[in-house]
Write a protein that binds this ligand. Structure first.
Ligand SMILES: [Zn+2]
Ligand SMILES: [Zn+2]
Length: 281
């Protein structure tokens, strides 16, 4: 069993070009396994290629990030190439679908007369449709979901609760990554058998300490979301999977547990979610 599992990394990011081997080696040396996550079809293919490069400890998730879902419906079919994703989903190193989800951060337009409103509504609808397609794929392949959700927890939870009623028997639902909701949202995700994951940036900065303290360790996963989120708010250094050891320390401090206990529990959680990975442990 690995020490920690970074459940959300973007190893296909250009910033790693030329040093990917070293970045992965540093994580594997610390016994940290990695799920590298795609954000569209091309980067999902790349994620699978990267997972194939390493005989052990690197896995892929394939999906379409909500911010990559276009407003143009006719273009959407091409971007949302379900056949392409369906092929990738069958690869033995693909352990989840994602990232997929909803991101309404730039779409919050309160004024009813705002000229940008119809376009924003259209984009939201397209994101919801794309997410729905991935929920279907998740059911079809019995693969868990890595969800991205920003300023859309109410819509996301409504959709998942509706889905839950029509897909009985699938219990490894997935992880809401870089969790940004409140305790009420978290509880609704837990009722749906989802876990949440937090990054070093937010946890180490203490933003979510009160929330994290309430979350049972059995519901928590760890992630770097590298290269995007560094462990320190003001660090100019790009992040990488080997940094999540510090996150485990922070979580241990918040929960009054040892780092080893947090690592063992979050790893067990991740293996429960990623069934295809578990077979290789
Ligand atoms: Zn994300
Ligand atoms: Zn991400």
């Amino acid at each position: 069993m690995p020490f920690l599992i970074d459940t959300h990394a973007h190893l296909d990011a250009e910033v790693y070009a030329g040093e990917l081997q070293d970045v992965v080696k540093r994580a594997l040396q610390d016994d940290i396994w990695i799920v590298t996550v795609g954000s569209d079809l091309a980067s999902s293919r790349r994620a699978v290629e990267i997972a194939e490069m390493f005989p052990e400890g690197v896995f892929a998730a394939v999906g379409l990030h909500p911010l990559k879902v276009p407003a143009d419906v006719s273009a959407q079919d091409k971007v949302l190439d379900l056949e392409g994703f369906r092929q990738l989903a069958q690869h033995p190193k693909v352990v989840a679908l994602g990232e997929t989800g909803l991101d309404f951060h730039d779409l919050a337009l309160d004024a009813p007369g705002d000229p940008a409103r119809p376009l924003a509504e259209k984009i939201k609808k397209n994101q919801i449709n794309a997410l729905g397609a991935f929920l279907q794929l998740s059911k079809e392949f019995r693969l868990p979901l890595l969800l991205h959700c920003r300023e859309a927890h109410a819509e996301m939870l409504d959709l998942l609760e509706t889905w839950d009623k029509t897909s009985a028997g699938f219990d490894a639902r997935g992880i809401v990554h870089c969790f940004s909701g409140d305790w009420k949202d978290a509880r609704r995700y837990f009722n749906l058998d989802f876990m949440i994951s937090v990054t070093g940036l937010f946890a180490n900065a203490g933003y979510q300490a009160d929330l994290i303290r309430k979350v049972p360790l059995q519901r928590l996963a760890v992630e770097s979301d590298c290269p995007y989120l560094t462990p320190d708010a003001w660090s100019s250094r790009r992040s990488e999977p080997s940094f999540i050891g510090r996150l485990a320390e922070t979580l241990a401090g918040i929960h009054g547990e040892s780092k080893a206990a947090v690592a063992a529990q979050t790893t067990e959680n991740a293996l429960k979610i990623f069934g295809r990975m578990k077979r290789l442990v």
